[in-house]
Design a protein around this ligand. Structure first.
Ligand SMILES: Cc1cc2nc3c(=O)[nH]c(=O)nc-3n(C[C@H](O)[C@H](O)[C@H](O)COP(=O)(O)OP(=O)(O)OC[C@H]3O[C@@H](n4cnc5c(N)ncnc54)[C@H](O)[C@@H]3O)c2cc1C
Length: 244
C-alpha cells in the first residue's frame, strides 16, 4: 500500500525526562494530521548517503493540542537519536503515516492490562479519551504499568496519575527498576514491569494485554502470558526496534 509523504515542521521541543526528548510537529502544508489513538508515524531522515526510516508513536491526547507530539528516548550512538535531539524549531522532516494496528478494538467487557517501558507509554497517552469512554461504560476496567529506572523518568506520569484519580476503574502502577521515590508514593513499585504484570494475575478469559516498548520486556511477558493461556486474540504488542 502506498502512503502519502509529507513534511513536518518542528514547532517546539523539550526534555520531558532526563533521557527523553518530546518533539511537537505540524504539517508544513497546514493539513491537520489525524491518526487513530495508538498509531505511529515514520520519519525519513537523511543520514550520510542513505535515508533512515524511524517510527515513533503519536503521544498527543486527541483534542488537547494541534501538534503531533512524539517522545524519543536517547539511544547511545543512535543515528536518528542524534538528528532528532539536535533538531531546532523550524526544522523540516519528511514523514509518512499514520501506521499500525496497536489500537483499542470493540472488545467484550473485561479488563485491559496496558504495559509499557519508557516511551512505550506514548500510545496509551493517545488512548486516554477512548479509555475514559470505555471505563465510563462500566463494562471495562484497566490497569496501566509503566516501567522506567526511577521517578525522574516517569514520562507523562502526571497525565496517568490524574487519570487514575478521576477514574476509579483505572489503576496506574509505576515500576521502578533502580530508584524509588522519596517520600514513598502509592503507585510506585520496586522491580520490573513484567513481574508486576504477573502479580495482577492476568486471566485469559477476561483480560486483554497490550505491550509496548522494549522488545526483551515484550518477549518475556508474552512467554509468561502464553504459558497461562493467552494467545494472539488477547495479546497485542508494539516492539520498538530500528528498521535499517
Ligand atoms: C512501531 C514503532 C514505534 C516506535 N516508537 C518509538 C517511540 O515512540 N519512541 C522511541 O524513542 N522509539 C520508538 N521506536 C524506536 C525508534 O524507531 C528507533 O528505533 C530508535 O529511536 C533508535 O533509533 P536510532 O537511529 O537512534 O538508533 P540506531 O542507530 O538504529 O541504533 C544504534 C544502536 O542502539 C541500539 N538500539 C536501537 N534502539 C534502541 C533502544 N530503543 N534502546 C536501546 N538500544 C537501542 C541498536 O541495536 C544499535 O546498536 C519505535 C519503533 C517502532 C518499530
Amino acid at each position: 500500500m502506498s502512503h502519502e509523504r509529507f513534511t513536518f515542521v518542528l514547532q517546539s521541543s523539550l526534555m520531558a525526562t532526563p533521557r527523553v526528548r518530546q518533539l511537537n510537529f505540524r504539517r508544513e502544508d497546514g493539513t491537520p494530521f489525524s491518526s487513530a489513538p495508538g498509531q505511529f508515524i515514520t520519519l525519513h531522515l537523511p543520514w550520510q548517503d542513505m535515508e533512515l526510516r524511524r517510527s515513533y508513536s503519536v503521544a498527543t491526547i486527541p483534542g488537547s493540542v494541534d501538534d503531533v507530539q512524539i517522545a524519543v528516548t536517547h539511544v547511545e550512538g543512535g543515528r536518528a537519536t542524534k538528528l532528532l535531539f539536535d533538531m531546532t524549531p523550524g526544522a523540516r522532516v519528511e514523514a509518512t503515516g499514520p501506521f499500525g494496528r496497536f489500537m483499542l478494538r470493540d472488545d467484550p467487557p473485561g479488563r485491559y492490562l496496558l504495559v509499557a517501558t519508557g516511551t512505550g507509554i506514548s500510545p496509551y497517552r493517545a488512548m486516554l479519551p477512548q479509555l475514559r469512554a470505555r471505563l465510563d461504560g462500566k463494562q471495562h476496567t484497566a490497569a496501566l504499568l509503566l516501567g522506567v529506572r526511577g521517578p525522574d523518568e516517569l514520562l507523562f506520569g502526571e497525565d496517568f496519575v490524574s487519570f487514575a484519580r478521576e477514574n476509579p476503574a483505572f489503576e496506574f502502577i509505576a515500576s521502578y527498576s533502580r530508584r524509588m521515590p522519596e517520600p514513598p508514593v502509592a503507585h510506585a513499585r520496586k522491580g520490573y514491569v513484567q513481574d508486576h504484570l504477573m502479580e495482577l494475575k492476568p486471566d485469559p478469559t477476561r483480560d486483554i494485554v497490550y505491550l509496548c516498548g522494549n522488545p526483551d520486556m515484550i518477549d518475556t511477558a508474552v512467554e509468561r502470558l502464553k504459558a497461562i493461556g493467552f494467545d494472539n486474540h488477547n495479546l497485542r504488542r508494539e516492539k520498538y526496534v530500528s528498521s535499517n
